[in-house]
Design a protein around this ligand. Structure first.
Ligand code: GLU
Length: 426
């Protein structure tokens, strides 16, 4: 494919950005002709900032880390998207994640553009004090982009409420005022929102429930396999189980587990808190990593990182519905295999949009200094997620598209409409 790449990405390191570009190629023929002249805007991030993040380690030595913050598109509002700390973070990955935020925010109609950030670091190798210094220095370096009406970060892989509190404090100290609305996913006592922690997993469940309803598949007794047992995977598994489903397989960095009668999640959480991972858990059989993908299930929820369902394993999946809790877990080649095999894929840009939806609620609550009950939040989240899924379902049915292409039709059209109405400056 003859992609136009920005000069700072070579064909060798194009990475997840290529997955995103391929998804844009697939949606292009289905967009309204009036929007086509604006498509190029989706193929380039608006701005990509690369920063050096030097910190003093506890040993007294200085270490340097590479950090990024990308604004993919701001046509519909300020930048919004998480920050991840991971040893394999690259600019290409952050660009793709920012672009998926652009589409996702449009799909659930929150008034934001798409942004994302990351630091190439293994946070498990840092002490808490080092992690704080890293977060604060990174925040200072990307400060030129941040602000409650400019760019609002949130948690992502390996970042949490504490990291968001440090970001909020660093930004606020530089402003000389407390600015709670600069970041979401904060602790409750700092303007965080009830329901935010479970929001992504809850959204995964709601879209799965709606997809299942469309094909007459009951949730009660359904078999679920989840990759990832962090903020998204753990909550999704728990909420499925609360609704009578059985979590029959789980995988994370520490191992893969199978139990046909359903894994005891509370028991596993307690085990992980003690043992630091799945190893030695007596309540399920440890299976090889590749076997996880072949476990027969109704719903497979990849809730870890990109490129997990590939040409290598897509032909062997024994799931009826894949619900993408992670961003970009399925490669374009695997998408085609799943489509051919009749496996439904509920794409990331709708399936995992529950997190940013409650981030939006948090930002609104911070701006208005008026806080909502958890029931209110969950109810509004459920409604937005169900409406977004069902809107995409209708487009997919009416135009014989996969759910991913239909979601891109819906999301890209909203972004490009805003872009066209604003026009080209100057
Ligand atoms: N990191 C999450 C995502 O990928 C949440 C982003 C947000 O709340 O801004 O959607």
């Amino acid at each position: 494919m003859a992609y136009t790449l920005p000069s700072y990405l070579s064909r060798e390191n194009v990475g997840p950005w290529e997955t995103y570009l391929e998804q844009v190629e697939r949606v292009a023929p289905h967009l309204d002709k009036a929007l086509v002249p604006w498509i190029e805007t989706l193929r380039r991030p608006k701005r990509s900032l690369i920063v050096d993040v030097p910190i003093k380690l506890d040993s007294g030595e200085v270490a340097h880390f590479e950090g990024y913050r990308v604004h993919h598109n701001l046509s519909r509002g300020p930048g919004k998207g998480g920050i991840r700390f991971h040893p394999e973070v690259t600019l290409s990955e952050v660009m793709a994640l920012a672009a998926w935020m652009t589409i996702k925010n449009a799909v659930v109609q929150v008034p934001y553009g798409g942004a994302k950030g990351g630091i190439r670091v293994d946070p498990k190798r840092l002490s808490l004090a080092e992690l704080e210094r890293l977060t604060r220095r990174y925040t200072s370096e990307i400060n030129i982009l941040l602000g409650p009406d400019r760019d609002i970060p949130a948690p992502d892989v390996n970042t949490n409420e504490q990291v968001m509190a440090w970001i909020m404090d660093t930004y606020s100290m530089n402003q000389g005022r407390t600015a709670t609305g600069v970041v979401t996913g904060k602790p409750l006592s700092l303007g965080g929102s009830l329901g935010r922690r479970d929001a992504t997993g809850r959204g995964v469940f709601v879209t799965a429930r709606e997809a299942a309803r469309r094909i007459g598949l009951p949730i009660e007794g359904a078999r679920i396999a989840v990759q990832g047992f962090g903020n998204v995977g753990e909550a999704a598994a728990r909420i499925f189980a609360e609704h009578g489903a059985k979590v029959v397989a789980l995988q994370d960095e520490s191992g893969s587990l199978q139990c046909d009668s359903g894994i005891d999640l509370a028991g596993l959480r307690a085990h992980c808190a003690q043992a630091g991972g799945f190893g030695g858990f007596a309540g399920a059989e440890a299976i090889p990593a590749e076997a996880f993908w072949r476990v027969p299930c109704d719903f497979l929820v990849p809730a870890a990182v990109e490129n997990q369902i590939t040409e290598a394993n897509a032909g062997a999946l024994r799931a009826r519905i894949v619900v993408e809790g992670a961003n970009g877990p399925t490669t374009p080649a695997a998408d085609l295999i799943l489509q051919e095999r009749g496996v439904m894929v509920v794409p990331d840009v709708v399936a995992n949009a529950g997190g940013v939806t409650v981030s939006y609620f948090e930002w609104v609550q911070d701006i208005s200094s008026f806080f909502w009950s958890e029931a209110e939040i969950n109810q509004r989240l459920d409604r937005i997620m169900a409406e977004a899924f069902n809107g995409i379902w209708e487009v997919a049915q009416a135009r014989s598209l996969t759910l991913r292409t239909a979601a891109f039709v819906v999301g890209c059209s909203r972004v490009l409409e805003a872009r066209a109405l604003r026009g080209l400056y100057p």
